[in-house]
Design a protein around this ligand. Structure first.
Ligand code: 9D3
Length: 232
């Protein structure tokens, strides 16, 4: 059983998503428990303030450390990274993080608890990343307005790796990225649309030739769209 706790100032952002697709299936099968928590519930002032002005000046606001430390303590029992037991991960979603990869997701999928902290505003007080989180993760080189969409991406990639979560679909380990190439092109009926035909070979029933065609098509597509994958 994997327990996922998301710490956010927008818990409602996640509400519907837990009731669809892979997350719903994994919850129903008892494989995961997932909850979005309001960071403001760990404030102690009457106005539930979670942000403050940056020391040293500059634009925008910074997420205060105290509510985040309190959230992690109540969710994990730990006040600092070194007290977080093996099997628990406290993940800060931030543009300054290491990029999420399939290998990172595979490690996360083996844990018993994932606490996902969603950054907001200009950033999060650096002491959170220095002393509390086990992993600081970005989902890629583009600008989001906060960590919430990134947390959803992490949850989706991780949950589908849990044995049983994919149901009848093919096993997660035999899929795209495991051989370092993009997937081969897929076709279904009809055999022709708008003058566009399905490659003849796929209708032939020659399984060995089909496999060879798919390998080559995957390589061509990878070269065109993701040459970086071939250089590694
Ligand atoms: C445009 C403002 N930026 C430069 C001054 C800094 C900035 C602060 C906060 C940029 C983005 C964000 C909010 N983003 C995230 O919290 C975030 C994120 C992302 O933006 N891209 C990829 N992965 C992630 S994970 C969290």
């Amino acid at each position: 059983m994997l327990r996922i706790d998301i710490v956010t100032i927008f818990p409602d952002y996640f509400r519907e998503t837990f009731d669809f697709g892979i997350i719903r299936r994994a919850r129903a099968a008892g494989l995961i428990e997932i909850k979005a928590h309001d960071l403001r519930s760990w404030t102690s002032d009457t106005h539930h303030v979670v942000d403050d002005r940056p020391f040293g000046g500059g634009d925008g606001m910074v997420l205060k450390p105290e509510p985040i430390f309190a959230a992690v303590e109540s969710l994990t029992g730990a006040r600092r990274r070194e007290d977080i037991s093996d099997g628990r991960r406290v993940v800060l979603l931030s543009p300054q993080g290491k990029q999420l990869t399939q290998a990172v997701a595979e490690r996360f999928a083996k844990s018993e608890q994932l606490v996902l902290i969603c950054g907001r505003y200009e950033g999060v007080d650096e002491r959170v990343s220095e002393a509390l989180v086990t992993d600081e993760i970005s989902i890629g080189d583009y600008v989001l307005s906060g960590g919430e969409p990134a947390a959803l991406v992490v949850v989706d990639t991780v949950v589908r790796l849990i044995p049983g979560a994919l149901g009848s679909e093919t096993s997660a380990t035999t899929e795209s990225f495991s051989d370092g190439l993009l997937d081969y092109p897929h076709y279904t009926r009809p055999p022709e649309i708008a003058g566009l035909k399905v490659p003849e070979i796929l209708l032939s029933g020659h399984h060995a030739e089909i496999a060879r065609w798919r390998k080559q098509a995957a390589e061509e597509k990878t070269k065109r769209n993701r040459p970086d994958l071939l250089r590694k």
